[in-house]
Design a protein around this ligand. Structure first.
Ligand code: FAD
Length: 649
């Protein structure tokens, strides 16, 4: 049954619990004001962390080091397989090593502006402040950041900034940072402060008297379902771009942890804020299951263009300069190819939709390194981008040193996620959410190289303080016993859900349904949306969901490794989340950042915000699958940044 959107109700306003006072010293003073757990008492507390990407691994390692007892869960075989490993381009920090005018304030300002003025000022300022410490921490761990001739760490530029503040380790920044966080985690596992449960998937959250008290997990090898209780639960389970089926995310990324928490009462904020990254390799065929990112760092040196004449089918090298259209350089002279992702993606779509697409399927634009190679030499380009160029050649069979890359936008990052306050705690006391899984700091559009920064800020430097403030008053209280009825009931619910999914015995594979769902989302709630397209999605998704419930085929059983069973649960959650994404997009009658509603654009096709009516975080409360959700608004106040129409011209 379709949700009746006209039944959406508005609930109580939300308080982000941002402390008052001077922005520059807010976080420092608040660290002093928060309650502390003394070092000897930390071992009396149990904390569950779900996820071992940069956010989860850094949080678990730091809390273990502080003395808490930490249990970590990941569905991967090793923490090092978390999707964070895929991050290529870099991590931002306001070190100003280049002496080019960077500062904490500038990083703060760029991030608020980049997010189209949809994020909390205090959170973003804290993020910019803490960015300095992240680099020091990573360097101390031995993360091999690229260095200049003189030994200082090197920087490159990313979109939405006019300074170079992105630290990188060739095209493997995420991997190197994750190795750093992982070794810190491994040290705590060895010390007995952290217990690792790999190949274990969270399938439900347990809430007693409104407080989060534990989780229900399934061992992916044996199918065993067990309960685990703690004083606090931290979700660091990543983003939900795979709702679109085709995305740049690892294929196992999913929304189950945050979605199940949502169904247990956690509010889901800004679900429609999904980032479409401009530089993925275009799809080469209908049945592809994954899209590959070409890092945004390539826009430092690559120039984006399409033929000036839509019918020009010559090889790119045969098209002279004056017959090419370098549309970003022309339309946005101040930022050129380094405009933020939402702007670059929309412009690529506009060119391709207008018939200027290149490649065998006319579904890409060129990213050309010829000028940079001529200016800097092939060695310099190889030094910066070797693994990205190799990856591109392996996938497309074309050599990007001699033929321009072909790129097209793809779902990549989700700014939406569970709502959290300034302490990174959800509306459910005891449930903290960090990294990409929360809605936090990026507003309606994340700037490049800022997800790693946020995940590590949350894990190394914010949560370890704020969780103490929550735990301190609980001293002396034991975690709720797993014999409690709430655990028993949650285990029972998880089992019956699995039995039900296994018993459908339909005719279509899980992947078939996922692909169809992805098409609906991409076509009607993707790079641009309209009332009409969203209403269409909201009628098609429930119909497809019903078919899924009656006709999906899950092979194998519940007592051994069964990827089909893992997937079906995740896709089932994507169905429900997809509807909420459309409900949210329909509710927001404005364009902002990556949320581009066709009805709301400026004369030159840019996003037109409506600050009077929509300057809020939309946090949705679940009322069950068939009922319209309740909207809770957190009003956003801007005291330090002036709300203006974003311009990168
Ligand atoms: C190709 C690519 C390149 C990128 N490059 C950059 C970049 O250069 N710079 C940048 O800043 N950002 C980049 N990003 C974004 C960035 O990598 C991610 O936002 C970030 O790494 C997310 O980290 P995380 O710790 O929040 O989640 P993840 O790294 O996704 O980790 C999630 C963890 O949760 C676990 N998990 C999830 N659900 C469950 C469950 N139900 N039960 C048990 N465990 C669960 C997983 O096993 C995993 O351990 C890139 C993203 C992509 C896709």
């Amino acid at each position: 049954m379709a949700i009746d959107v006209s039944n959406t109700t508005t609930g109580a306003e939300l308080d982000g619990k941002v402390p008052t006072g001077d922005l520059e010293t807010l976080w420092q003073r608040h660290q002093f004001d928060m309650k502390l757990v003394n070092p000897n008492n930390k071992r009396r507390f149990e904390i569950i962390v779900v996820g071992t990407g940069l956010a989860g691994a850094s949080a678990a390692a730091t809390m273990g080091e502080l003395g808490y007892n930490v249990k970590v869960f990941t569905f991967h075989d090793s923490p090092r397989r978390a999707h964070s490993i895929a991050a290529q381009g870099g991590i931002n920090a306001a070190k100003n090593y280049q002496n080019d005018g960077d500062s904490i304030y500038r990083l703060f300002h760029d991030t608020v502006k980049g997010g189209d003025y949809c994020s909390r000022e205090a959170n973003v300022y804290r993020l910019a402040e803490v960015s300095l410490e992240i680099i020091d921490q990573a360097v101390a761990q031995g993360v091999p950041f690229a260095r200049e001739y003189g030994g200082l760490l090197a920087n490159r530029s990313f979109g939405g900034a006019q300074v170079s503040r992105t630290f990188y380790a060739r095209g493997q920044t995420g991997q190197q940072l994750l190795l750093g966080a992982y070794q810190a985690l491994a040290r705590q596992i060895d010390a007995g402060k952290v217990t690792l449960h790999n190949r274990t998937e969270l399938l439900d959250l347990v809430v007693v008297d409104g407080r989060t008290v534990g989780v229900i997990v399934r061992d992916l090898l044996t199918g065993d379902i067990t309960s685990h209780s703690a004083h606090a639960v931290v979700l660091a389970t990543g983003g939900y771009s795979n709702a679109f089926y085709l995305s740049t995310n690892a294929m196992k990324c999913n929304a189950t942890a945050i979605w199940r928490a949502h169904r247990k009462g956690a509010y889901f904020a800004n679900p429609c804020f999904t980032q479409i990254h401009p530089t993925a390799i275009p799809a080469s065929e209908e049945f592809q299951s994954k899209l590959t990112l070409m890092s945004e760092s390539l826009r430092n040196d690559g120039r984006i263009w399409v033929p000036a004449d839509a019918d020009d089918d010559r090889a790119p090298s045969d098209i002279p300069g004056d017959e090419r259209y370098y549309y970003l350089e022309d339309r946005y002279p101040a930022f050129g190819n380094l405009v933020p992702r939402d702007v670059a993606s929309r412009n690529a779509k506009e060119r391709v939709d207008a018939g200027y697409g290149v490649g065998p399927r006319n579904n890409g634009v060129y990213l050309d390194f010829a000028d940079a190679i001529e200016r800097l030499g092939v060695e310099a380009i190889t030094e910066k981008y070797r693994n990205l160029f190799e990856m591109y050649e392996r996938i497309t069979g074309e050599d990007p040193y001699t033929v321009p890359m072909r790129i097209y936008p793809a779902p990549h990052y989700t700014m939406g996620g569970l709502w959290v306050d300034y302490h990174l705690m959800s509306n459910l006391p005891g449930l903290f959410v960090i990294g990409e899984a929360n809605f936090s700091d990026h507003g309606a559009n994340r700037l490049g190289a800022s997800a790693l920064m946020q995940g590590l800020a949350d894990g190394y430097f914010v949560l370890p303080y704020t969780i103490g403030n929550y735990l301190a008053p609980l001293l002396g209280e034991s975690p709720v016993d797993t014999d409690h009825d709430a655990f028993k009931q949650a285990e029972k619910d998880v089992r019956s859900r699995i039995d039900q999914l296994l018993s459908v015995g339909g005719t279509r594979s899980v992947d078939w349904f996922h692909r169809e769902l992805g098409k609906i989302l991409w076509d009607y709630c993707g790079m641009s949306r309209s009332r009409e397209s969203l209403e269409k999605a909201l009628s098609e998704i429930p119909a497809l969901r019903e078919e899924f419930q009656n006709d999906v085929r899950v092979l194998g059983d519940d007592a051994s490794l069964n990827e089909s069973l893992e997937k079906v649960g995740r896709v089932s959650d994507f169905f429900e989340l997809a509807e909420l994404m459309c409900v949210d997009a329909l509710d927001r009658n404005e364009s902002c950042g990556a949320h581009f509603r066709e009805e709301y654009q400026t004369e030159d096709g840019e996003a037109r915000r409506d600050d009077e009516h929509y300057r809020y975080v939309a946090a949705w409360e679940s009322n069950g699958v068939e009922e319209a959700p309740t909207l809770h608004k957190e009003q956003l106040e801007y005291e330090h940044v002036e709300l203006v129409q974003r311009s990168y011209k």
